[in-house]
Design a protein around this ligand. Structure first.
Ligand SMILES: [Zn+2]
Length: 440
């Protein structure tokens, strides 16, 4: 949080606030880390002016499924052929991570994500080999300047968790007490309970009820057919749990998720990399479940949410067209509700939807007065903004190289392409040292 008064002027402002809409030439006034005003022609003699002329100003991206500890494993999952490859070849390398490696990997991944426009992430840490591993990951989060929910993983080592569950949950409670429950704090505690694939209803119940008692946002890996139904039957399904993937969810199960006000974390590129089917995001959106997006594992996907936006739009669009063809409606024609997905809708997945999924909709997700000043400034030069909805430009014509500036809680973490507080060469050496131990 910053006490500075900053006026971002003359940008093409995409607020994603349903009342404010887009401002072709707009200003955002920031005070004490919060957005104070959004409008046109704002003047403020006290404020430092940031000229966003010729650029897009938009809410920061929110990643709801990222395994940050895998940052030094980049490339090791490049040629995965199904999830078995991942489980047999890539995931076991986790055993080589020492506690201090968790600091390095978490820190470098958070900085990479932040520089690429992810102002908030749900870090699903499924490599808590020891309590020190969790401490080191959390220590990294406290230093990055990124907004994060630290998803303490109760997964990845099933036998061990049976023995250590009670102690681990006590550590979660201690960490939560240290971090506090101020919803605007940069680092907040979360929990990633074990799912039925690797755990039992009894084990999952203990973890979910513990996390729920502390008021923590939670997330689970959800890949098995019928699992959502079983979790619901056990009385555990509620909007504080974000299932990731869920491609095997039946329409009935999507109805259960919608009834409970649930979201899903869909990891578009990761679904393909894991050889999963990829049916859920459109079905979920139509069923009233809140879709959100994530990168998933840096061992097989780049830490780049802008790419996920583009993939998601294109794939959803293509799948919808394929469905129309299969139904005999060819050549394609517009009809009410068809086509369903738009670039703006996908942009909302990674902003307003994700904020709601994390229970942070009053604080982040849109450029609304009173919310935290978490935003991106995107360059559109040299060819200018594409025609039509400016969300089209963001989703289809922008890459991470276009990210001029990134602000979290009123602090520029990236400004005009540079990250002022980060020693990038040192980061590279730190990450390389961990990687060397993984590939020897
Ligand atoms: Zn995952």
């Amino acid at each position: 949080m910053s006490d500075r008064r900053i006026l971002i002027k003359n940008g093409l402002v995409i607020t994603l606030d349903s009342e404010l809409g887009d401002l072709p030439r707009g200003d955002v006034l920031i005070q004490g880390g919060r957005i104070e005003r959004v409008g046109s022609g704002i003047e403020d003699a006290e404020a430092e002016v940031f000229d966003a002329g010729g650029m897009i100003v938009m809410p920061g991206l929110i990643d709801t499924h990222l395994h940050m500890w895998q940052q030094p494993m980049r490339g090791l999952g490049a040629d995965l052929w199904g999830m078995n490859d991942y489980i047999s070849r890539v995931f076991p390398l986790r055993e080589r991570f020492r506690a201090q490696d968790m600091f390095t990997s978490t820190y470098t991944c958070a900085i990479e994500a932040l520089g690429n426009g992810t102002t908030t992430a749900l870090d699903f840490n499924h490599n808590v080999l020891t309590e020190d591993h969790a401490e080191e990951s959390l220590r990294a989060h406290r230093l990055t300047g990124q907004r994060v929910v630290f998803g303490y993983g109760m997964v990845g080592y099933a036998d061990k968790i049976e023995r250590e569950r009670a102690d681990r949950l006590k550590q979660v409670a201690r960490m939560h007490a240290e971090l506090g429950s101020d919803p605007t704090s940069l680092v907040r505690m979360g929990l990633a309970p074990g799912t039925l694939t690797f755990s039992t209803v009894k084990g999952m119940r203990v973890e979910v009820e513990y996390g729920r008692g502390l008021g923590l946002p939670m997330t689970i890996h959800q890949n098995d057919a019928g699992e959502i139904y079983k979790i619901h039957e056990a009385g555990l399904l509620a909007s504080d749990i974000i299932p990731a993937h869920s491609n095997n969810a039946s329409d009935y199960e999507l109805g259960l998720l919608a009834q409970c006000g649930c979201s899903i974390a869909f990891t578009t590129e990761g679904e393909f990399s894991g050889g999963r089917c990829m049916s859920v995001v459109g079905r979920a959106d139509r069923a009233g479940v809140l879709p959100t997006l994530g990168v998933d594992g840096p061992s097989f996907v780049a830490v780049d949410m802008l790419s996920q936006l583009r993939f998601t739009f294109r794939i959803m669009h293509a799948m919808e067209a394929q469905h129309e063809r299969q139904e005999g409606r060819w050549p394609l024609a517009h009809s009410p509700g068809v086509p369903f997905v738009t670039p703006r809708r996908v942009l909302e997945y990674a902003t307003v939807n994700a904020a709601k999924a994390l229970g942070m909709q009053d604080h982040i997700g849109s450029l609304t007065p009173g919310k935290q000043a978490d935003l991106l400034v995107l360059r559109v030069d040299p060819y200018g903004v594409a025609a039509g909805d400016p969300a089209n430009h963001v989703v289809l014509h922008s890459g991470v190289g276009d990210i001029d500036s990134v602000m979290v809680g009123g602090v520029f973490r990236k400004r005009h392409g540079a990250m002022p507080d980060i020693d990038v060469e040192r980061l590279s050496a730190m990450s390389g040292e961990v990687r060397a131990r993984l590939v020897d």
